[in-house]
Design a protein around this ligand. Structure first.
Ligand code: AMP
Length: 544
């Protein structure tokens, strides 16, 4: 027997309609490429999204066609999120930090029909537009006055002129909630990027899941600063969750340095911010140096790479800002886990609190996790057994976009993440490695994440990368490459001493090497494969 309930499709436009009706006066504040701070409200933003939807109709872009964006976090990008997806087209957010070859490749692979871009990215568009024949419409996210002359880009329009020519009267179409809403490619550090095609249904369910108390705990009383880019996994879903909850949104544009972020946090009364560890390091350094006491900033969400104990201590100890550690992937929308405790803080020791906060966290209702060994057998949830992490759920991909892409799921329907993890009895997951980064020494696994965190506990260490390099006797041994703070004095011996009490003797790195730079990829993660290649023979050379 079918239930007798209304069948309302879960569409992103329903978030727009809700936010406009119930939170129309709530602000979106954006630091613009133009340099100033812009403010408008959800009411104004969604009226402009509707103008955009009419403009896309006039441009004869069909439902299901892809529209690309190359843009920072800003109000015009936000309007695209709803104007494009709400009108049944697919918004393809492109990561401008990818190599130009990859950007060009994904624009063609996605068969994008239109490209909307911030003026910062004009040089990229100038370089690749001739190689992207499917794109017939180019729109610069600026006013007519700022439109560059003689750019060489055919029929380049300004966004303000485009939407200004159309009415804000538009009825959001109703269609199948399984229709595609947006497209995001993985960063592709090895091989070609792979496209993840989100649906309206998955995005709406994910917006609910992100907002839950044991996830990011969002409400109408929050002012949210997504430092995580809107060009990568929909700013962790915050661009949808914030209007769904009626939270004020603060969008930082391209100024992601500590000083600019601190100013925005203080000026706008930000209560919660989300970003990757490298960005937060800049913010912490600035806040420490200026002895800044945050007025309203209470919670930070850290994900994309692992949060170190030093960073946790910095936020919680020195600034009274709670740390929520979260794990996810492009393929998982991204929320897979968040580290909210299961018990009241008063019932835990300081070390227990830190251990829980620094775990990657628990899965919310809606996704399931398991770890498996090399034969695919499930491993126990005892906090000790480490195996490949697999995930399934309503906002986890089922297949990559495009017929030429590899199968994404195991035969029994799980997505194999490529991360190595433990899960404890309370469900807290801890990443010990990427499968391809794991170090196998004499047949035993050594966690590169653990060895990196120990080095990062030294106040003089800014960034650390632990990699496995060739070893004549043990196949592979760990070494740690360390980038120090400019004025710090750190010795190899002092760092090695940190390891002796903390890990088994055979896990202590064979060498600590000081380097001037540790390269980061397009989404702020260490480029370990480059490092492994560069340092592969380091220990062999030393023993010869
Ligand atoms: P991406 O698809 O580019 O967002 O990258 C996803 C990958 O980032 C995951 O598979 C993990 O390897 C890594 N990652 C994400 N969040 C965390 C975290 N909190 N701790 C450690 N690694 C993380």
């Amino acid at each position: 027997m079918r239930g007798l309930m209304q069948d309302r499709p879960l569409l992103l436009s329903s978030i727009a309609e809700f936010a406009e009706r119930s939170h129309g006066d709530v602000e979106i504040v954006s630091r613009r490429v133009e340099g100033d701070v812009h403010r408008h409200t959800y009411r104004e933003a969604f009226a402009r999204s509707r103008r955009l939807a009419n403009a896309l109709d006039a441009l004869a872009l069909k439902p299901g066609e892809t529209v690309a964006s190359l843009a920072w976090n800003g109000y015009r990008h936000f309007e695209l999120y709803f104007g494009v997806s709400g009108s049944a087209r697919v918004l393809h957010t492109v990561n401008p930090r990818l190599t130009i070859e990859h950007v060009q490749w994904i624009l063609n692979h996605a068969q994008d029909r239109a490209l909307f871009f911030d003026l910062t990215f004009l040089p990229i568009v100038q370089k690749l537009h001739q190689a992207c024949p499917a794109i017939g419409v180019y729109v610069a996210l600026c006013s007519e006055a700022d439109l560059p002359q003689g750019s060489g880009i055919p029929n380049l329009m300004s966004y303000e002129t485009l939407i200004g020519a159309h009415s804000d009267r538009y009825d959001w179409p109703q269609f199948d909630e399984h229709a595609a809403s947006s497209l995001c490619y993985t960063s592709g550090t090895t091989g070609k990027p792979k496209g993840v095609l989100y649906s309206h249904r998955s995005s709406v369910l994910h917006a609910y899941a992100v907002s839950l108390p044991d996830s990011l705990n969002l409400s109408a009383r929050d002012t949210i600063l997504p430092v995580v880019p809107m060009f990568h996994v929909n700013a962790w879903g915050l661009a949808y969750a914030a209007p769904a909850m009626g939270s004020k949104l603060v969008l930082p544009g391209q100024s992601l340095d500590g000083a600019s972020l601190c100013k925005l946090i203080e000026d706008e009364g930000v209560t919660l911010a989300a970003g990757v560890p490298t960005v937060w390091q800049g913010l912490l350094d600035h806040a420490d140096a200026g002895r800044i006491r945050f007025r309203t900033f209470r919670r930070t969400v850290i994900g994309g790479a692992s949060c170190s104990r030093a960073m946790y201590d910095g936020f919680t100890g020195r600034h009274g800002v709670e740390v929520l550690h979260a794990w996810g992937m492009t393929e998982t929308s991204p929320l897979g886990t968040a580290s909210a405790p299961r018990r009241a803080p008063a019932d835990m020791t300081a070390d227990e609190r830190a251990s829980v906060a620094l775990s990657q966290g628990r899965a919310p209702f809606g996704v399931e996790l398991r770890i498996v060994d090399e034969s695919g057998a499930e491993l126990p949830r005892d906090g000790l057994a480490a195996g490949e992490l697999q995930i399934r759920g309503a906002w986890v991909l089922s297949a990559y976009f495009g017929a030429d892409q590899p199968e994404a799921l195991t035969t029994d329907g799980w997505f194999a993440t490529g991360d190595i993890a433990t899960i404890d009895g309370d469900g807290f997951m801890r990443i010990t490695d990427r499968a391809k980064d794991v170090i196998k020494s004499g047949g035993e696994w050594i966690s590169s994440a653990e060895l990196e965190n120990i080095a990062l506990a030294h106040p003089g260490v800014l960034r650390a990368a632990c990699i496995g390099v060739k070893h004549a006797r043990w196949d592979e041994r760990p070494i740690v490459l360390v980038m120090t703070r400019p004025d710090a004095s750190v010795t190899r011996e002092a760092l090695l001493a940190l390891y002796t009490d903390r890990v088994a003797k055979w896990q202590v790195p064979d060498d600590i090497v000081f380097v001037d730079d540790l390269p980061l990829g397009a989404t702020g993660k260490l480029l370990k494969h480059t490092l492994r290649e560069a340092w592969r023979d380091h220990l062999l050379a030393a023993t010869q």
